[in-house]
Design a protein around this ligand. Structure first.
Ligand SMILES: [Zn+2]
Length: 290
């Protein structure tokens, strides 16, 4: 019997020059959550169509156009961990609807999960952290239905790159512990607070720990940057046309559009190739016209 953690984390994904493909992992997370709640991973197509559709809208790759949940629901079979109640062709929605098709993990996977249910939350955490940048892994787990507090980190798989504390410190220093977008530089008892080092190209998608792949950002702007509400173009901040807000404080985000990065002496502007990755894989919609 194989190791359930490696089986669920080791699925085949479309991988070409660091493109994100979170469809199958998001379906696995939904099935894990169902299993942890009910003891069965069974998911009806109509549930997946609705729930996975929402997750793909929120956490999928914006530039890939419409992403149908039918793709992972049918193709996860080829990974040997997923079964459907009917023998339907890949990708097509009509047979799934007509046949009222139900999907679930294979017996072997369910059996291994049942033998040690305590590992489910940590496997879910590992999947979220492998597919998303760390600042939004909690958002993904929450949206799927897990309690991110209880889904603690699993053991890192061998060969996983380790995040570097030195890089983080280097970025914060280079940017003078101030947000590259708004200049926020709060400190508490003399220690910077609410300022984080953000990867432009995500660490888990070949984004290196290099000075030209990082920005110091305040916690709010870090989150909005990682979720694709904010982006970069020609050394300036851009705001997504998908972003909306109605209060003055929310609408202040619009004021960032077109603002030049607050480059400090010693800080490097993010390299064009990392900015391009962020624009194609993370940034949502198109930028506002200034
Ligand atoms: Zn900021």
């Amino acid at each position: 019997m194989g190791d359930v953690r490696s089986a669920l984390l080791g699925i085949r994904q479309y991988q070409a020059s660091g493109q994100r493909a979170p469809h199958k992992p998001l379906l696995i997370l939904l099935a894990l959550e169902k299993f942890s709640r009910t003891g069965s991973s069974e998911l009806a197509w109509e549930t997946v169509e609705e729930q996975l559709g929402k997750l793909l809208d929120e956490f999928g790759v914006p530039k890939q156009g419409p992403q149908s949940p039918s793709y992972p629901f049918t193709r996860l079979r080829a990974d040997g961990i997923w079964e459907l109640s009917e023998d339907v062709p890949d990708d097509q929605i009509t047979p799934l609807r007509q046949g009222k098709v139900v999907g679930r993990f294979s017996d072997s996977i369910e059996c291994q999960l049942r033998s040690d249910p305590s590992q489910i939350a940590s496997i879910a955490r590992s999947i979220a952290e492998a597919q998303f940048t760390s600042s939004i892994a909690d958002d993904v787990l929450t949206a799927v239905g897990f309690d991110p507090e209880s889904a603690t980190a699993g053991e890192p798989s061998s060969g996983t790159r380790r995040r570097s504390a030195a890089w983080r410190e280097q970025i914060l220093q280079a940017w003078d512990r101030a947000c590259a977008f708004c200049g926020f530089d709060g400190a508490l008892g003399g220690v910077a607070v609410g300022i984080e080092a953000a990867h432009v190209r995500w660490f888990n998608f070949d984004g290196p720990d290099e000075p030209d792949n990082g920005l110091a950002l305040c916690s709010l702007h870090h989150k909005l940057f990682d979720r694709g509400a904010l982006g970069l173009a020609d050394g300036r901040v851009v705001v997504s046309n998908f972003f909306s807000a109605s209060t003055d404080s929310g609408r202040r985000i619009y004021d960032l559009h077109g603002v030049e990065l607050r480059l400090r002496p010693g800080a490097l502007a993010p390299a064009a190739s990392y900015v391009e990755w962020h624009t194609s894989q993370v940034f949502r919609g198109v930028s506002l016209t200034s």
